[in-house]
Design a protein around this ligand. Structure first.
Ligand code: ZN
Length: 319
């Protein structure tokens, strides 16, 4: 049998036909256009499910179930998206509606959770039973896989590693708290600190790279300046790595996973991120004489969500 994996994003809906081993046979996408009524989004999703299946040379009879990764909080048992901030959705019965439209079982989970499963099934953490996935973007998303399955806790709200509070009375977070880990470890953190440095020191390479237009500073600007050994950028990047390592050390001490994968925009820095990160984790992890999680780069990009959603549906159907 085959499964459809849906990656519901704020900009696009990407859907793939996935086999039982986690290979995408065919995929396609349409714009989400999230400002319209959710029922219309679900209609387009159903139409794309059918199109992807047909274009892959399969029929709906070949599809065992559909999985959806949602940027928000979902209750799989009731088929409800409780809220998805980026989509402006509250209490949308998406699972129920899509299930009725396609006459298939539909399962949902948080997008970072399913991406974690995707990286475990077919990506950078292939074969790991216990694994943590981190996505370093505008915020920091995270997914935890335990014993081969997504772990989202008792109330479906676990795995929100980005909102671990790591600094008492620290930087204000979009969630309303202060000092959340993602305030120090997202692309947004690099941009914020890069702007401060550029204002403080107009001679900094960060400032030169954007010709004084501070709104053009990206995470990449700061990382590139650090590579070129600009003193301000090097300090910002060192602090960034330390903050990132701190959270990963806590996660390793808590869960002792086999692997930790980092993805998202900042992870495009590759070994320039990975090597100092690994060194910092190794020197501060609690059990220094025992082996600890291997830290790797995520490799699937957006496909992680499609594959993970499909495999999550397969796991839940076979549970
Ligand atoms: Zn927060």
């Amino acid at each position: 049998m085959f499964y459809l994996g849906v990656d519901l994003g704020g900009t696009n809906i990407a859907i793939g036909l996935v086999d039982e081993q986690g290979n995408i046979l065919h995929k396609d996408s349409v714009p989400t256009l999230s400002a319209r009524p959710p029922a219309e989004v679900v209609d387009d999703m159903a139409a794309l499910c059918r199109k992807v299946t047909a274009d892959a040379g399969k029929s709906m009879d070949d599809i065992a179930a559909v999985g959806i990764g949602v940027p928000g909080l979902t209750i799989d048992e009731t088929g409800v998206v409780v809220f998805a901030t980026n989509l402006g959705w509250h209490d949308v019965h998406m699972g129920t509606q899509l299930g009725r439209a396609l006459n298939k079982p539909v399962h949902m989970d948080n997008d970072a959770n399913v991406a974690a499963l995707g990286e475990v099934v077919a990506g950078g953490m292939r074969g790991a039973k216990n694994a943590i996935f981190l996505t370093l973007g505008t915020g920091v998303g995270g997914g935890i896989v335990l014993d081969g399955k997504i772990f989202s806790g008792t109330h479906h709200v676990g795995g929100e590693v980005g909102h671990m509070i790591t600094v008492i009375n620290g930087e204000p977070c979009t969630c309303g708290n202060r000092g959340c880990w993602e305030r120090y470890t997202s692309a947004t953190a690099l941009i914020r600190e890069g702007k401060k440095a550029a204002q403080r020191n107009p001679q900094s390479l960060i400032n030169k790279k954007v010709a004084g237009d501070l709104d053009k500073i990206s995470a990449r600007t700061v990382i590139d300046a650090a590579r070129e050994e600009d003193a301000d950028a090097v300090q910002i990047y060192r602090d960034y790595i330390e903050a990132l390592a701190l959270g990963i050390i806590n996660l390793i001490n808590l869960l002792d996973p086999e692997m930790v994968a980092v993805g998202g925009g900042v992870a495009a820095a590759g070994d320039f991120l990975l090597e100092p990160l690994k060194a910092c984790v190794a020197s501060h992890v609690f059990y220094k004489d025992a082996p600890h999680a291997e830290i790797v780069l995520a490799v699937l990009g957006n496909d992680a969500g499609i594959i993970g959603a499909a495999v999550d549906a397969m796991n839940k159907e076979n549970a």
